[in-house]
Design a protein around this ligand. Structure first.
Ligand SMILES: [Fe+2]
Length: 300
């Protein structure tokens, strides 16, 4: 099971796509059906889709999996009675699978039979810039993050890696987290994190963003759970996005940490302690994009 992409609807997809390619470092993959598909240097055909809509919302977050994994999820979703429907993807990479609405409305899509593309080699050399490779996690705000952690363990066969005062971190493979639920008191998209090649690529990304007039809303820093380096930004079209690298790989029997395992010294909220955090600005951005189900459930 791998996190692949996020599909976002918003009024000006062309402007969002132009910024994500011109500044953030993604590459145009395809224009299809009014949607702008953007890719990283890795082998996924796209990481972000921007689709035209009068209103802004998250249509889905997509995971790719095997036929066996899909069949198992289908049967548990049916048993649980969650809103879901079968889908055939019309996006690059195609594939077939299901759309699932979690409690509180987060919408995930699981696709099997998807295709990949050749990685982009030598991006930095050619462009003197850095590019994300792939998505590393998509985090959601939740009213009841505990409930969602248990729900995705039971129904999707994900595993909770760590619980902190603020988050429930969830993995779907050996990467410490591919998603997480923030104890926010409301349900929405918290942020989208992009995997960079290494620490140097994160720092070069921060430099390129600075050249373009953007300062991190939080970071650079190094998280506790997952041990990944981060720099968070508020994109001009709304959502919080992150350059990240090297999230910890964990074994299947990783001991799930509890909030008391993850406390910081006073005035610290990461391992390095070198950056401020724009709590107010991030909060506004984190409330902006909600998931929306614009489809009717159907038997799987
Ligand atoms: Fe993150």
């Amino acid at each position: 099971m791998k996190l692949r992409s996020i599909e976002i609807a918003l009024p000006d997809p062309a402007a969002a796509a132009a910024w994500m390619t011109g500044v953030w470092g993604l590459s145009p993959a395809e224009l299809r059906g009014g949607g702008h598909y953007l890719r990283g240097t890795g082998s996924f055909p796209y990481l972000v889709a921007f689709e035209p809509s009068d209103e802004e919302f998250v249509r889905s977050t997509t995971f790719v999996c095997s036929d066996e994994e899909l069949a198992a999820i289908k049967s548990r979703v049916t048993e649980k009675g969650w809103a879901a429907r079968p889908v055939t993807s019309a996006d690059p990479g195609e594939g077939h699978g299901i759309l699932v609405e979690l409690p509180e409305g987060t919408i995930l899509r699981f696709l099997a039979g998807t295709s990949e593309v050749a990685p982009i080699e030598g991006f930095s050399k050619a462009s003197k810039r850095v590019s994300p490779v792939k998505l590393t996690h998509v985090v959601f705000n939740a009213v009841d993050a505990e409930l969602l952690g248990h729900a995705v363990e039971d129904v999707l066969d994900f595993r909770v890696s760590d619980r902190t005062k603020g988050m429930v971190f969830v993995r779907c493979n050996d990467s410490h987290h591919s998603t997480a639920f923030a104890r926010a008191g409301f349900a929405s998209l918290n942020h989208v994190a992009f995997e960079m090649d290494d620490l140097d690529a994160v720092m070069r990304g921060i430099g390129w963003m600075r050249d373009n007039g953007f300062a991190p809303a939080w970071g650079p820093g190094r998280h506790g759970p997952g041990d990944n380096v981060y720099a968070y930004y508020i994109a001009p079209f709304g959502p919080v996005i992150e350059y990240s690298t090297a999230v910890e790989k964990v074994p299947a029997d990783y001991r799930t940490g509890e909030p008391d395992d993850w406390t910081w010294p006073e005035n610290r909220i990461d391992q390095w302690g070198v950056s401020d955090k724009d709590f107010a600005g991030l909060r506004v951005a984190e409330e902006r994009f909600r998931c929306r189900r614009d489809w009717e459930p159907a038997p799987l």
